[in-house]
Design a protein around this ligand. Structure first.
Ligand SMILES: *Cc1c(COP(=O)(O)O)cnc(C)c1O
Length: 351
């Protein structure tokens, strides 16, 4: 605490990101990054963007990137919003769309940035408990009043809702904004983007950080009705006119245009996830079904803290959340096959 801090700064409870240690030879399975590199075409485009042109501001509206994303998703550019990582897109969504009189609804176990944004923007939240199986039950989102946000697949559980469940939630909530955070949808889930045509209250957010292996570039976006996007643009243009630099815009466009690389790395991660899930189950772990690039698992005879600490001694880093209900779980990012095998070998000795 400092006497120089504003009241706002004093009251905040900031988000704590997974660590990015500077050690080599670490098996880093804690922040859901892709084990494979980004599209080589994206790297080339970023390198080309590192030119004399950097003296100029970038396009404040990222129009070429919006056009590429609009083509990709078969929507219009006016239905696309882009930002400096989907965390920034989400921040603007909280301010522009999710701050209303009725409290915001989200699962009690979910992406831990949501409560942080509520604190920052003074939004009241009414968390809705997941079922005992750590699932979102669509019926729990029927009959309430406030706006809604949840990830699909949910984080950190990895559990995926089928599109019919999303439709059920949307049908019950036509008069409030519903934001679906699809950070992990590319790992086998069905996207909600086609539903934006019939649901002007639906905003879907996406990131280049996971399935497109560009966490270091900081690009995220949202797809929704022009009405919702305009609200986001109003907040963005009251905060930072140039959220995406030239290299970020160029790299993101090239990534979107390299579909084979994208499909191939998603398919490899999905195959490794299934292998990892089976291997952990054989070791006695209870593994939740995952639609993401990570698995969420616990062992009946070991605490989450102890396992995470023991893995760390073996230079393997996974994520553990000291939170009610999920204290004994480990969230393990799907790495390369070698990394997954190293994890399983280490756990074999530990359990
Ligand atoms: C990783 C993640 C994000 C943030 O992604 P960035 O684009 O890197 O800011 C958003 N939502 C969820 C659920 C995530 O796991």
């Amino acid at each position: 605490m400092s006497r120089f801090w504003s009241d706002t700064a004093r009251r905040l409870t900031p988000y704590v990101p997974g660590e990015q240690p500077r050690m080599d030879k670490l098996v880093k399975l804690n922040t859901n990054e892709s084990p494979y590199g980004p599209s080589p075409r994206a790297i080339e485009a970023i390198a080309r963007a590192a030119s004399e042109d950097l003296r100029r501001y970038p396009d404040p509206n990222s129009e070429a990137l919006k056009a590429a994303l609009a083509r990709y998703h078969s929507v219009t550019p006016a239905q696309i919003f882009v930002g400096n990582g989907s965390d920034e897109v989400l921040a603007h969504a909280f301010m522009a769309l999710l701050k209303h009189d009725a409290p915001l609804r989200y699962p009690d176990i979910t992406y831990s940035f949501y409560p942080v944004y509520c604190g920052l923007f003074g939004i009241e939240a009414a968390p809705i408990p997941l079922t005992d199986a750590l699932e979102i039950d669509p019926a729990d989102y029927v009959g309430g009043a406030g706006p809604i946000i949840f990830p699909n697949p949910n984080a950190p559980t990895g559990r995926l809702l089928p599109i019919a469940a999303i439709e059920q939630i949307l049908a019950a909530n036509p008069d409030v904004p519903v934001v679906i955070d699809e950070a992990y949808i590319d790992y086998g889930g069905e996207a909600a983007i086609p539903l934006i045509d019939t649901h002007p209250n639906l905003l879907v957010t996406r990131t280049f950080s996971k399935s497109r292996a560009l966490a270091g570039l900081r690009v995220g976006y949202a797809v929704g009705s022009a009405e919702l996007v305009e609200g986001l643009e109003r907040v963005k243009n009251s905060f930072n006119s140039y959220p995406l630099g030239r290299p970020a815009q160029a790299g993101a466009i090239a990534s979107v245009e390299d579909e084979p690389h994208f499909r191939d790395s998603c398919a490899r991660v999905i195959a490794s996830r299934e292998w990892l899930g089976r291997a952990l189950t054989e070791l006695g772990f209870e593994v939740l079904p995952s639609g993401a690039n990570f698995v969420f698992a616990r062992h009946p005879n070991h605490t989450g803290v102890a396992l995470a600490a023991a893995l760390r001694e073996r230079a393997i880093i996974v994520r553990h959340f000291k939170l009610p209900r999920i204290d004994d779980y480990l969230r393990i990012t799907v790495g390369t096959d070698e990394e997954c095998a190293a994890l399983v070998e280490a756990l074999k000795e530990l359990v």
